[in-house]
Design a protein around this ligand. Structure first.
Ligand SMILES: [Zn+2]
Length: 255
């Protein structure tokens, strides 16, 4: 956990963490404008957007007996693909034959592994069609040179009726904007390149600022999409201020 700045500590508050399930203290370490990336749970180190994503997962799967992220490992028939191995979400999901977690390594062939960690490239997943009930990604798609291809890959590997529940930085008042040009088939980022923090690589470039037309793009691709926005009561109880999460469901095949 990054060291908190003293100036923000007075905002710390108690609540219940939807990732680790415990009563906890949410530590504010940065300015309020970036609160979705902090308000860190003292117990599991989840940040606000992790907890909101967990809330949306539980809401989507409550009718199937899921009351916490850890419950998926008790339901072997329900399959989960998480595009991270290191986050508090991955730790809360735990281990199980029905839970697949991966990272992207640019020098490992997708489907291979490094130090026991599965490598997957969202542009070309190695899973069969209709594999998963749930795919999770946390602030990943803005870092992909071809996010449309990646969404179509997620759609392919989801079972009909399955969910891709994800967070991305989002501009509610703008259309989606690419931060790169295609040159000879390669994505070349425009200067100045925008970098975001990454637990493995330190800093990774941002390729896309997503905006309101993303919903239409996902709907055309075959998802039914809604954006859940944390309300004030949830913010107070779960430390999810300023959070929003995309809940995209692969439309079931017609009877
Ligand atoms: Zn926690």
């Amino acid at each position: 956990m990054r060291l908190p700045r003293i100036a923000y500590l007075w905002r710390n508050r108690t609540g219940r963490c939807t990732v680790c399930g415990k009563r906890t203290l949410f530590i504010f370490i940065e300015a309020l404008e970036t609160v979705r990336n902090h308000a860190v749970c003292l117990r599991c180190h989840s940040v606000a957007r992790h907890r909101h994503l967990a809330l949306c997962v539980m809401d989507a799967f409550s009718s199937r007996g899921i009351a916490s992220l850890g419950d998926f490992s008790k339901h072997p028939g329900m399959t989960v693909f998480n595009t991270s191995t290191r986050s508090s979400i991955a730790r809360a999901l735990g281990k199980g034959g029905n839970i697949v977690c991966s990272e992207y390594f640019d020098d490992v062939e997708p489907g291979g592994s490094r130090d026991g960690v599965l490598c997957q490239d969202l542009h070309r997943l190695t899973f069969p069609d209709d594999s998963f009930d749930l795919v999770l990604s946390e602030d990943v798609f803005e870092h992909l040179p071809d996010y449309r291809k990646a969404f179509s890959e997620v759609l392919r590997v989801l079972k009909p009726g399955g969910y891709h529940i994800f967070t991305i930085p989002f501009f509610f008042d703008r259309k989606t904007r690419s931060l790169f040009d295609r040159v000879d088939g390669r994505a070349v980022l425009r200067e100045p390149v925008e970098y975001h923090g990454d637990p493995i690589r330190g800093q990774i470039p941002c390729y896309t600022h997503f905006g309101y037309d993303l919903n239409d793009q996902l709907s055309e691709a075959g998802f039914e999409v809604r954006v859940e926005i944390s309300d004030f009561e949830q913010g107070c109880r779960f430390g999810t201020f300023n959070c929003f999460t995309f809940v995209a469901r692969k439309l079931p095949r017609p009877e």
